[in-house]
Design a protein around this ligand. Structure first.
Ligand code: PLP
Length: 394
């Protein structure tokens, strides 16, 4: 059997047609018909509401949301922070349990990240600790954090009712890092549409890919125009090159957007496959007491299950055992990976303020991501389950 990877890109077959079109019409530039069409499709996608799940109307203004396609999800985080006015000397609250790309752009802006730990149900930012952090930062610095970045780790929605209530009460805007939560829903609404801005990523390993790319979900047309201005070197409207602000070269190319258009034709089936795989893992690993498959803690949280994760249970659960399981599976051609190492434990962020309850660290020490993409079929999954049984029942 061929090696089973964590999450490989998977093409629909339509991608090359859109790329060919770009070549035929010589739109080989970071704008063009594929970019516009991809943005339109993403806009329709994020505006979709599952009425059967729409218990609340938290996601106000979803019909006004606009999309800007960018060169990376990291660029989307960066531009979101710029739009929220984050600058030198500011603080931004960021979920600690995440990939470094959620936090690094805070530093690009000369601001300081303040890391907040997770709660055990969703693995995402703990609302209670979030409020404690806000109060303490106000007390210590005399001013409010400039933004809050929750993350939808492995696709799981965060506790958005609580987070948005706190953010609204303190009047701090939310920048949702939905890079892993493409198509995940909370009470029927798409993740990424709850806060002021939302981040999408189309990196090679994400739910859909443009080989590399991202997008920023904006609150409306005016914001979209401003994001595009910053993403294209901040050129002012003059007949010559006039610059009054610092800009970036962050726009998506028309070639990559062609891949994105092809991927949009299979986005729903990709998501369905990831969910199906998760359900299989839940059922077939159920009788191994030493592991738990992580699932949504509330029925109104509709995770895309971008990656299914497990955690080791019992007294001997520790990081060495995680590595041992990883090695055992690797020898059987199965790629797995420990969960994200929390930012407050990263050497590069050792001096950043952090509000910690031990949840992320404990999950990092006990967790493992399992192969979850469209390339994992029934046969591959059986091999994975058999290998788990072999390891834990030996
Ligand atoms: C992938 C990812 C990003 C960054 O996206 P890129 O497109 O790789 O720049 C940001 N945040 C999280 C949580 C991610 O997983």
């Amino acid at each position: 059997m061929e090696k089973i990877y964590l999450c490989l890109a998977h093409m629909s077959g339509k991608e090359q047609g859109y790329i060919q079109e770009a070549f035929d019409t010589n739109w080989v530039v970071p704008l063009g018909p594929n970019v516009n069409a991809f943005e339109d499709e993403l806009e329709k996608f994020v505006r979709r509401v599952d009425e059967s799940q729409a218990v609340g109307s938290l996601s106000k203004g979803v019909d006004n949301k606009k999309i800007v396609a960018l060169s990376a999800g990291t660029a989307a985080v960066h531009l979101g922070l710029i739009m929220l006015g984050v600058g030198k000397g500011d603080e931004v609250i960021c979920q600690s349990f995440t990939f470094a790309a959620s936090a690094n752009p805070i530093v690009y802006q000369g601001a300081t990240p303040v890391f907040v730990d997770s709660e055990p149900g969703t693995y995402n930012i703990d609302p209670q600790l979030l409020e404690e952090a806000i109060k303490d930062r106000i007390l210590k610095t005399g001013k409010k954090p400039k933004a809050i970045i929750p993350v939808y780790l492995y696709g799981m929605p965060a506790r958005l009712d609580e987070i948005m209530e706190i953010a609204n009460r303190y009047e701090i805007p939310v920048l949702e890092d939905a890079a892993e939560g493409f198509g995940s829903r909370y009470k029927g609404m798409m993740c990424g549409t709850f806060g002021a801005y939302g981040v999408m990523s189309f990196n090679g390993n994400k739910m859909i890919t443009t080989s590399g790319g991202g997008a920023l979900i904006c609150p409306g047309e005016e914001a979209k125009q401003k994001v595009m201005f910053y993403a294209t070197q901040a050129r002012e409207a003059y007949p010559y090159y006039q610059h009054e602000k610092i800009g970036y070269n962050y726009r998506m190319s028309n070639i990559c957007a062609g891949i994105g258009r092809g991927q949009m034709t299979v986005a729903d089936s990709h998501i369905a496959h990831h969910k199906w795989l998760h359900q299989q893992y839940v059922e077939q690993l159920a009788d191994i007491d030493a592991i738990t498959v992580h699932s949504a803690p509330e029925e109104y949280m509709d995770s895309n299950y971008w990656l299914t994760t497990i955690r080791l249970e019992g007294e001997d659960a520790c990081f060495d055992k995680v590595l041992d399981v990883q090695k055992f599976l690797d020898e059987r051609g199965i790629e797995t990976r420990p969960l994200w190492k929390p930012m407050h434990l990263q050497p590069v962020y050792k001096d950043a303020p952090s509000y910690v309850n031990g949840v992320a660290e404990s999950l990092f020490n006990r967790g493992l991501c399992l192969p979850s993409g469209p390339c994992v079929g029934q046969e591959q999954q059986k091999h994975i389950i058999d290998s788990f049984n072999e390891y834990f029942k030996k």
